[in-house]
Structures are given as C-alpha cells and as structure tokens.
Design a protein. Sequence first.
Length: 422
Amino acid sequence: MATINFLYRSTKETGNLTLRLLFSINGKGLSIYGNTKISISKENWNLINKPKSKRKDISIINLKTEIESKTTELQNHVLSAFEKTNPTDVNKEWLINQIDLYYNPPIEDDETKDIPKDLINYIDYYLEYRKHELKETSVKKINVIKHKLERLQKERKKVILIKDVNENFKKEFENYLKKNNYSQNTLQREFVFIKGFCKHAQFLGLEVSKQLNLLNFKREKVDKIYLSFDDLKKIENIEKGKLTESHENVKDWLIISCYIGQRISDFMTFNKDMIKNIDGHETIEFTQKKTKKEMAVPLHKKVLEILKKRDGNFPYPISDQKYNDYIKEVCQIAELNEVVKGKLLQEMENNDGEFRKVENYYPKWQLVTSHIGRRSFATNFYGTIPTTYLIYVTGHSTEREFLNYIGKSNTDLVKGVVNYFK
C-alpha cells in the first residue's frame, strides 16, 4: 500500500510542489520525492491549506479546487504505476520517470495503437508479422522462450512491458533462469532473442528502454565433444555380428557424417541421384535446408567405400530421434568409454517433466548426438584443409563463427602460425 502527499519545499516565493511517495518493504517505511510542474506561491499554498472555515476568499477557494484537480490526477497516475511495479524496483529514478511520463506521455499514433506493448503478446505479433520469413525451428525456439516468459510473468505478478526490458529486467530474467537450473549459454542465447523482439518493436515505432543496446550476457566456454580419427577407426572396426542391421545402417551414416560435415537435416536426404562427377571426382550436390545455400561437396574416400559396399546407395534414412538413440548404442559397442566433460539431458528433481543439461564427466558414447558428425569433420580437418574450404563445406558464415564452433581461440591461431614458421 502506498500513499502520496504534496509539499511546498521551494526556497523561493513561488515554486513547484514536491510529490512525496510513502510505502513500505518488509515493514520498513520508505519515502521518495519528485518535483512536479504544479506551480504555486508559498503564500497561496498556506492559504489553501487553512481549515475550510477560514477560506472565505472566493479566489482562494477556486485556486484550491484547481490545485486539488492537478494533484489528484498526478497522484492517481503514480499510484496506478506503483500497483503494477515490484516495490523493490521503486526508487527516486522510478518516481521521476513516472512524473515525466505523466507530463510527457508517449505519442500513440495510428500506426502503433494496435501493436501490443507487452512482451509476451508482442511475441505472438512478431511471429505473425514474420510468418513468411521464420523457419519452423526458429518458431519453436521463440515459443519456448515465450513460455518461459509466461511463467516468469505469472511468478512476478506484473506484466512485462517492452519499454521495461532494462537492466532490472535483465537481472530478474537471469535470476529466474538460474533458479530453474538453466545454463549460462541458454540464458545468453534467449536474451538475444528478447532483445531482438524489442528492437523489432522499436523499428515499428514502440518505446524501448534507453538501456536496451547495452544489455548483454557473456557466453560460457564449453567443451566441444567430437569423434577423433582414432574413435572413427574403432567404430569402423566393430566386429561383425555385434551390430544389428539397424545399427550397421546407423554406423555408416555416422561415418559419412564425420567425413562430409553436414547437418542431419541434409545428409539424411542424400541419395545416389545427387552425386555428380566433377573433374573426375564424385561430388554430391544439394541445397542446405537451414541456410538455403547451394552446395557441392567432394566425397571423401571413406564415404565412397561405404557407397561401394552398398552398390552406390546411401544408407536408408531414419528419424532424427532413432538416429540419436542408435549412434549412442553404436559408440558404446565400439567402446568409446573415455570419460570426458560434457552436458547430458537429465530430468530435474521435484520437477515432473522438466529436463536440463547437467554438466559432469561421462563416457564419451553417452554424449554423442546427431550433431557430432559436423563438428568432428570441422575439428579433425582443421589445420589440414584450409579454413576457407572448411567454412564452405560446413556452411558457417564467418571464420570467427567457425572457430568458435570447434572451440579454437586466438592462442590456437598463433600456435598454427608458429608451426608454419618452423
């Protein structure tokens, strides 16, 4: 509960009234002050605050009515804003901002009046606005973020306005995700999306926080799991009879993926009709599903050996989920038991149906996923094949993005240059 009163604190004969906001947090009473634009002389302020029986001058009675009208409107504005705000976020800066909003309300023209001003409803608006541009995977990621924000908003009991995505909200979002065991990189990645929504709203004319561009989270460096050439030899040399037909099919896909450097959404669509002979070398031509890039990738001899074994055909396609399950089993049979640091999806305690990636030390086979082929290709051939060619094959946009992908730093680059100087 908050209350407001107005004071004359100017040292001049005529000045503006001061608004005093009184409220309490955990039983501790607080008072903050902000200047208004309600001007009055000290003499008249004293006269209108005399008991009613002593106010006989009609001009003073009319002045009191005018001042009360102004103070009541401003009071209602500030108290309404206070009800929508967490009291711990209320300070002098907040009060000054609310008074400023009262005197200078944002102009809502015809172009913006129908656009949602709160973040969650704006996300729906954003999805509709960009429905012909966004890929299905992007829509899924955005809806995951939206559902998190809905849970946060329910917990905070206050609507998240686009203009209030500021430093305080950044801390609130961070605390919520950390409390619910989300990783630093999930926090960083999803906050980039939230900033993107706000910048899109700003582009359409909505008000955003002046702090928006400065709000960032750092990424946490994580270990990059990949299959080394030694690991691949173990997989290739699994004894006959240890694998079912399904496992054998997946084993061949896994080896192909590690020598062709493509995402599962691409390599699982490969067929022999996509293979062309370019300058005497077998090359597969396709369009990357994610980037829409036209690709022509030479086939490594390991891939050609598998095709020869299968009468020129690729292994038969299976679902992403089955592939992820089976490659773990294949790598377990290949005894890839080296204990490495990584993150494994696990169900959270006391959170029915909630899963998080938990960092720990695990046998490598447990950490193998469909993405490991592309990263293994990039990592194994880094320093052997010129980076320009590797970037072309993997489809990364920049060298920096590629190096981050395989976990290389500036120090690694320096070492590489030194090796060329030897």
